[in-house]
Design a protein around this ligand. Structure first.
Ligand code: P6P
Length: 358
């Protein structure tokens, strides 16, 4: 039945999750959780689409703009973060672990506003509520990224109230690698509103049908092409990249790489859009290590790991140059990680180049 449902384009996300829970009793709390996440994404999609009309523009110094009532408005980042946290909290199924918009300075313990735990929560979420938000005013696609972990009881969390320093420090020290994710996904706000998810058994793409207000299955069982002709990096940083990365892209440009393909460059500067295109068309997307930023720019916990889970489930690879991004254990909530992900054979060429350079 699961396969039939999964292959039946047009089935709604709601029905899909109910079938998943029916066939996998241990996942019975997921339908409610995904209902919260997908509802938040529909709201965020509307906020992004209407941002130019509602005055939710501008990002300088975290100040929004003044709306028609003369009220100071929060930026879209903060508002979308609030929408997602509220939706997650009311599922009653979830403690929220970390969000890019909760500005815990790197290297210090989480602070109380970062963490919302419902003591009955079975799951913990990490998310980037509006990745690429600086692109909104230019009409460039943006997205929400989320990852779901089983909530463990390593840290005794007192009920209610803000958390003690020790509880926060315990959480900080029990951050988990991507291999512990039980689900991850993104919502892409672009030509359509796409909701792409994995539960560890393939990748499923849904498209928002605004006539019925439901995400419907349009891309059952996404598989990334094994080789490609597209690379997707911010090439302005290329002179600072690690040599193996730089040399591999130079070969791709000349058609002298392993596949013999002459590559073209596609880069929109919005991770969710670049990863979505890579999943569907193939290619290699990344933000590699460079002399200025040895850990690249993208965040491990709520960007790199969730997106790597999707890419691996779609048959691709995701590496930091030396190992699987999924296996890296975060030491800090906002830790950065070099990422090169996409078509299996092309990413393998990068891995081999790094191995040879040791
Ligand atoms: P750059 C957006 O700010 C983001 O976090 C990702 O969505 C995107 O892939 C990357 O940064 C773009 O960074 O330095 O190329 O503008």
């Amino acid at each position: 039945v699961f396969d039939e449902v999964c292959e039946t384009t047009g089935v709604t996300l709601t029905r899909f999750m109910i079938e998943v829970a029916f066939l996998n009793p241990e996942m019975q709390e997921l339908p409610a959780l995904f209902s919260g996440i997908s509802t938040a994404c529909k709201a965020i999609s509307d906020m992004v689409k209407r941002s130019q009309l509602t005055g939710l523009v501008g990002y300088a110094d975290g100040g929004g703009s003044i709306n028609v009532q003369g009220e100071e408005q929060k930026t879209l980042d903060i508002m979308t973060n609030d929408v997602l946290k509220r939706a997650l909290r009311f599922t009653g199924k979830l403690g929220v672990l970390a969000s890019e918009e909760e500005d815990t300075p790197v290297g210090v313990p989480l602070n109380p506003k970062d963490v919302v735990f419902d003591e009955t929560s079975k799951y913990t979420a990490v998310f980037d509520p509006l990745d690429g938000s600086s692109n909104v005013d230019a009409g460039i696609p943006t997205g929400t990224i989320f990852g779901i972990f089983e909530h463990d009881d390593e840290c005794e969390i007192a009920e209610g109230g803000s958390m003690t320093e020790d509880e926060l420090l315990c959480l900080q020290n029990t951050l988990k690698p991507g291999t512990d994710l039980i689900a991850s996904g993104y919502c892409l706000y672009s030509s359509s509103c796409f909701f792409v998810v994995t539960l560890g058994a393939g990748v499923y793409g849904f498209t928002l049908d605004e006539n019925i207000g439901e995400f419907v299955l349009t891309h059952p069982n996404i598989k990334v092409p094994e080789t490609s002709k597209i690379y997707s990096f911010n090439e302005a940083n290329m002179p600072q990249w690690d040599v193996p990365m730089r040399e591999t892209v130079e070969k791709w440009r000349l058609g002298t790489g392993a596949s013999g393909n002459s590559f073209t460059s596609r880069y929109i500067g919005s991770m969710v859009g670049d990863v979505h295109r890579t999943l569907l068309y193939g290619g290699v997307f990344g933000y590699p290590s460079d002399k200025k930023n040895v850990n690249g720019k993208l965040r491990l916990l709520y960007e790199g790991a969730p997106m790597s889970f999707l890419m691996e489930q779609a048959g691709g690879l995701s590496t930091d140059g030396r190992g699987r991004v999924m296996e890296i254990v975060p030491k800090e909530v906002h830790q950065r990680v070099p990422i090169i992900m996409g078509s299996k054979k092309d990413v393998q060429e990068v891995i081999d180049a790094y191995a040879k350079s040791k």
